[in-house]
Design a protein around this ligand. Structure first.
Ligand code: HEM
Ligand SMILES: N[C@@H](Cc1c[nH]c2ccccc12)C(=O)O
Length: 263
């Protein structure tokens, strides 16, 4: 066994192949920024899937440990935008053309993470039609209960009054706001001492969402400084599209409960 052999470094380090001719100095940065993100997303998915499994087994402590690791990865990914922000608009414009219609829209691991957190949208599968392996990853995330679904099922098993329509919902559909979950969370937040595990998990989920939004925000701000309000290579309006994504929420009832806390 050797360092490079164990890590399959030859494969890893052969995978940065700029396509601009003559090769643009900054294309390597662009590639590595994406590849490192994808590597971390691979681990995020792995940890979130484990967190779901632990929840299914009513084993919260290890689920929370997985979530804690995901939160650190999210922070790293958010910080990492500052490296790409050293790419100036003039530099990027010199090789943007080689990207054609390719775009972050096509990140199947990103889509799988969004689905695992509950932002499902079956239409997104179309993007990956031509790629069987990518489709399988995204479809699995679409068809599995989200982390939130698993948490709510766990709460129901623990005796909390989770409405039947929540427990029996079609998990392939986007989450919609459930008014009657808010009193359940209000009771948990009113008495943390007697609901500690549920209370702590609620706050961990809010952390996950908060971190996810910070990543989205930094993506938007980096995009704004690099391409202004140009339309995206993926066919979207660009920055306006990314700005709208900041209104998405994975766990709306966990935000709604905050309004209901007396005081
Ligand atoms: C110069 C750098 C970048 C620019 C100008 C940029 C621009 C954009 C734009 C305009 C979109 C909207 C889709 C489109 O029409 O193309 C988008 C989506 C996306 N980008 Fe980036 N991006 C950059 C870097 C990155 C990096 C480093 C990642 C990390 C993997 C990334 C991940 C994504 C993802 C996942 C989406 C889909 C978001 C969604 O559907 O909610 N982007 N990007
Ligand atoms: N969507 C980007 C291009 C882009 C960003 N990340 C990518 C990853 C791979 C291919 C293309 C891209 C733009 O409009 O400029």
């Amino acid at each position: 066994m050797s360092y490079g052999g164990y890590l399959d470094l030859d494969t890893l380090l052969a995978a940065q192949r700029p396509i601009s001719r003559p090769e643009h100095h900054d294309e390597l940065l662009f590639i590595i920024q994406h590849q490192t993100t994808e590597l971390w997303l691979k681990l995020v998915l792995h940890e979130l899937e484990s967190a779901c499994e632990f929840m299914r087994a009513d084993d919260l402590p290890p689920a929370l440990k997985c979530i804690a690791r995901v939160k650190h990865i999210q922070k790293t990914l958010t910080e990492q935008w500052s490296v790409l922000a050293t790419l100036t608009p003039s530099e990027y414009a010199q090789f943007r053309g080689v990207l054609g219609n390719a775009s972050g829209f096509q990140s199947y691991q990103y889509r799988a993470v969004e689905f695992t957190l509950g932002n499902k949208n079956a239409k997104m599968l179309q993007v990956f039609e031509a790629d069987a392996a990518a489709s399988a990853i995204v479809r699995r995330a679409l068809e599995s209960p989200s982390l939130y679904d698993e948490f709510l099922r766990l709460l129901a098993r623990a005796g909390y009054d989770i409405p039947a329509d929540v427990l029996e919902r079609d998990v392939t559909k986007a989450w919609t706001f459930h008014d009657d979950l808010v009193p359940v969370f209000a009771a948990i937040y009113a008495d943390p001492e007697h609901n500690w595990a549920a209370y702590e998990t609620c706050e961990e989920l809010v952390d996950l969402e908060d971190n996810f939004q910070l990543w989205r925000f930094r993506h938007l701000k980096t995009v704004e400084r690099i391409i202004g309000s140009k339309t995206g290579t993926g066919g979207s309006s660009g920055a306006p599209f990314l700005r709208r994504a900041l209104e998405l929420t994975f766990f709306p009832e966990l935000y709604a409960v905050r309004t209901e806390i007396p005081g």
